[in-house]
Design a protein around this ligand. Structure first.
Ligand code: NAG
Ligand code: NAG
Ligand code: NAG
Length: 503
């Protein structure tokens, strides 16, 4: 009797054990994902490389789990290289060259197919003209990259940086992280990128001219929908593996309903119905900040920032604006508070750079949309953001814990008399300094630049796409739950048998 029950119990115990084991593995792997970018304050730690056995061999890392490789030193022969590596100033360039050479289809985390859309959908919107039959600019040197001239439009330039990075991924001599790589055959790709500069198109061409019934922006969107719906790539997946950038809240107004199955890159969900855009499939990308980036070494400390609270922005008459008005009346008479209305034009940006860099806290109050570039201005200035926006979605929140470097206040609380000031004045120098230190670390994740650098905004977006894709696949798999259970059981069973046989 008893031996039977023992036998029966054994597999179920093993099952529990195995499940516990795989759960802890899963947790470990997600931890390593967290570490991936967390302390990669670029310029300081730079890249770390795996060095195994042979000093002159950089072994190929596990591409699925690490972008920034870990330094593993196995024998004393490698010590010399280790010393060199730990002295980044000398070797950064050399190592990066190596990194560049190593980036290929097998190593990149994400294989991306990009449509050759006509220039009027992309760099043509910036006034770029190639030679006859030239679809893309030559991005091999920074001088030949079409520049983005557009003042405040630059806030929504995500589309431009992502497209440049894909072009760079197949251009010789451009050093960039090996996150995404452009492939020429869509059947090898995991993601299909739609290089339409939708925000620029909205900013430049959304007005109807003269007798035109539809704006140029509307026309481009209609053409895009027609183009996509005719492609075999779109039909195959109903667009689900397509990546469309629509960072300006008003971009893609015409097309968004028809292309809602695709993965969007957005600034927030404020103007989208939930069935078209949601966190399950879409990605929140940072605005490009307008103020000057404060280098970490120049960043003013607690006592070097005379202004307690800084806010500069427009007054809105809609919902969000009410909060701004009320806060204005609460704060305007405080002597260490800068609270002004007015949009930041060219000179305004210079002043905002100065103002934020010499303030301890920067307010980020909901306007007519839940998000704004003010948050990213604050981060670039290492001015601790105070977020008063109930609906806000934050970029890369699955990796970054914003509570480490931002203060959150609900709108209902913030407008209570005395609430905000006592909250902020109550924060000790130590607490503030901790947040400031963290800001200096994370600010590089919000930098758009060409060429892209490890864990900057572009690299982080590709990583998000990769994770989101895995998540989407997880959801598909979860739908086959019962099937999945059977497979799991079979796996465990065969594992069990195998172990018995080998013992
Ligand atoms: C290390 O690798 C290099 C080339 O990658 C080779 O020439 C050299 O002989 C190797 N050294 C040892 C000790 O294996
Ligand atoms: C791009 O420009 C570089 C020089 O800036 C040149 O060497 C290279 O051949 C060009 N590539 C193409 C495809 O024209
Ligand atoms: C793309 O890849 C598929 C599958 O590997 C292959 O059948 C097809 O011929 C390729 N297409 C081109 C244009 O190379």
């Amino acid at each position: 009797m008893s031996s039977v029950s023992v036998k029966r119990m054994l597999p179920s115990r093993l099952l529990y054990f195995l499940i516990a084991f795989s759960v802890s593995l899963l947790m470990l792997s997600s931890l390593s994902l967290l570490e991936l970018c967390d302390d990669s304050s670029i310029g300081k730690s730079v890249l770390q490389y795996i060095v195994v056995n042979n000093a002159s061999t950089y072994s190929k890392p596990n591409v699925r789990t690490s972008l920034t490789e870990t330094l593993v030193i196995k024998d004393s022969a490698s010590q010399e290289v280790a010393n060199q590596v730990s002295n980044p100033m000398n070797n950064v360039e050399e190592l990066e060259k190596y990194e560049r050479k190593l980036c290929d289809k097998d190593r990149a985390r994400l294989k991306v197919y990009m449509y050759d859309l006509p220039t009027e959908f992309q760099f043509g919107l910036l006034g770029w003209k190639g030679d006859k039959n030239q679809i893309w600019p030559n991005v091999s040197s920074e001088n030949s990259v079409p520049s983005y001239s557009g003042g405040l439009n630059l806030q929504h330039s995500t589309e431009y940086w992502l497209t440049l990075d894909l072009l760079a991924s197949v251009t010789e001599d451009v050093t960039r992280p090996c996150g995404a790589i452009r492939v020429q055959n869509s059947s090898e790709s995991e993601v299909i990128f739609v290089p339409f500069f939708s925000s620029l198109s909205y900013n430049r061409h959304s007005k109807n001219h003269g007798k035109q019934m539809v704006s140029v922006d509307g026309l481009l969107q209609e053409q895009l929908v027609e183009f996509l719906e005719g492609r075999k790539e779109w039909k195959q997946s109903s667009g689900r593996d397509h990546l469309i950038v629509a960072h300006h809240p008003n971009s893609m107004l015409v097309a968004r309903k028809k292309l809602g199955s695709a993965m969007f890159v957005l600034s927030d969900f404020g103007r989208y119905p939930v069935e078209i855009a949601n966190l399950d499939k879409d990605i929140i990308a940072p605005y490009k900040h307008m103020v000057r980036t404060v280098p970490s070494v120049d960043s003013a400390t607690f006592s070097e920032r005379p202004t307690l609270v800084y806010f500069q922005g427009a007054i809105y008459r809609k919902d969000g604006g009410v909060i701004r008005q009320e806060l204005y009346h609460l704060l305007k008479d405080e002597k260490d508070v800068h609270f002004q209305f007015g949009s930041s034009q060219a000179n305004g940006i210079k002043q905002a750079s100065k103002g934020m860099a010499s303030s301890k806290f920067c307010l980020n109050i909901a306007g007519d949309t839940p998000s704004s570039n003010r948050l990213f201005d604050a981060i670039a200035s290492h001015c601790v953001p105070v977020i008063i926006s109930d609906e806000i979605e934050l970029p890369f929140e699955d990796i970054l814990d914003y509570s480490e470097f931002c203060i959150f206040a609900r709108a209902v609380d913030a407008v209570k008399k005395g609430y905000l000031l006592s909250l902020l004045r109550g924060l000790t120098r130590e607490k503030w300094t901790k947040m400031w230190e963290r800001l200096k670390e994370v600010s590089s994740h919000f930098e758009y630049q060409y060429p892209s650098r490890p864990c900057d905004a572009v690299d982080m977006i590709w990583q998000s796409v990769y994770r989101k894709k895995s998540f989407t696949q997880l959801n598909v798999h979860r739908k086959n739950k019962y099937r999945l259970k059977e497979i799991l059981f079979l796996d465990i069973f065969s594992f069990f048998i195998f172990n018995i046989l080998t013992f």
